[in-house]
Design a protein around this ligand. Structure first.
Ligand code: IMP
Length: 339
């Protein structure tokens, strides 16, 4: 039986470095058919993470926000148009669509409104419906739109989606902080392992690590393991730009963060619960998202300097990953109070 690893199972070995200032490090990444990013971070297409404020803030910070699809075509199109008015003409705007019903109409409306990245967003992306959807989208919109697709957990899935026309692929099944897919269905692969496996692909599609990235060190590890980009839900939830009202729980100012397959989210967007594979939770409010993104950027630059890597591709190609024991994991976190 294959042994698999996730973020807390590994560390990166520090390497000889000639980087004298972290500002020398480039975090730039080219996105085919879209704008270059200066921060390899994407916000999740979830109704408690990415609507208008988040998509604008992500673009201003150099990353990318994916507007969720749990609304009417009109509502989603308005968010894209509004973002297009605010953002500089060369910034990319990404919006999510599904694979059934009126998804081609939705894609056309979003594309016409100014979205240049469309994210085909389903839980089990290695699926014939994904293959058919990617074909229908290419037939309708041609080759100039960037198609992001997912999620997949395996190299086979990654290669198939790339061959079906995806320009970037979300990798990770069952690892999200609000996800109960593994509990409910027994399926999934630890996210880091999926990244390691999919990074072996010879296809040119970009690899997006998605689900279970809970701290800045995990962002660094995901890229070292071969991710080109990292998608974040919980790390961005609770910021000022995340949609939703604030409320107090035990005196703590909070916002809701919920899986899109949670009962609460499904009832809101489709009126009934199909398969419940997510949970709804509260998170403490965090202030402006730029503060969180700056923290991630600093940690990524610092992490890359520990590996002596001047840019993202050198970092992916040259980092040394080791497996650690449970005792090492204890040592890896502040542990002064445990002595
Ligand atoms: P997080 O960054 O660990 O919070 O995970 C966010 C990711 O979880 C998203 O980008 C999706 O891939 C995934 N996700 C969102 N909603 C659900 C759900 O209800 N069930 C399972 N996975 C979900």
């Amino acid at each position: 039986m294959k042994e698999t690893l996730t973020f807390d199972d590994i560390l990166l070995i520090p390497k000889y470095s000639e980087i004298k200032s972290r500002s020398e490090i480039s975090l730039q990444i080219s996105i085919p058919k879209a704008a270059q990013l200066s921060l390899p971070i994407i916000s999740s297409p979830m109704d408690t993470v990415t609507e208008s404020d988040m998509v604008v803030a992500m673009a201003i910070a150099g990353g990318l926000g994916v507007i969720h699809r749990y609304n009417t075509i009109d509502e989603q199109e308005k968010i894209v148009s509004m973002a297009r008015k605010i953002l500089p003409s060369d910034a990319s705007i990404a919006a999510a669509i599904g694979v059934s019903g009126d998804f081609v109409n939705r894609a056309e409306a979003l594309y016409d409104a100014g979205a240049d990245v469309l994210c085909v967003d389903i839980a089990h992306g290695h699926h014939i419906l994904m293959k058919e959807a990617l074909k229908a989208l290419r037939d309708s919109l041609g080759n100039s739109v960037h198609l992001m697709a997912g999620n997949v957990a395996t190299l086979e899935g990654f290669n198939d989606l790339a061959d079906w026309g995806a320009d970037s692929i979300r990798v990770g099944v069952g690892g999200g902080s609000i996800c109960s897919t593994r509990v409910m269905t027994g399926h999934g692969v630890p996210t880091l392992q999926s990244v390691i496996d999919c990074a072996k692909s010879d296809r040119s599609a970009l690899l997006i690590a998605d689900g279970g990235i809970k701290q800045t060190g995990d962002v660094v590890k995901a890229i070292a393991a071969g991710a080109d980009l990292v998608m974040l839900g919980s790390m961005l939830a609770g910021t000022d730009e995340a949609p939703g009202e604030t409320f107090y729980v035990d005196g703590i100012k909070s916002k809701s963060y919920r899986g899109m397959a949670s009962a609460a989210a499904q009832i809101d967007w489709r009126g009934h619960v199909a398969s419940e594979e997510g949970v709804s939770h509260r998170v403490s409010v965090k202030g402006p998202v730029i503060k969180t993104l700056e923290g991630i950027e600093k940690a990524l630059r610092s992490g890359m300097s520990y590996s002596g890597a001047i840019n993202l591709s050198t970092f992916q190609a040259g980092s040394n990953i080791i497996r650690i024991t449970q005792a090492s994991l204890v040592e890896s976190k502040p542990h002064i109070l445990q002595g």
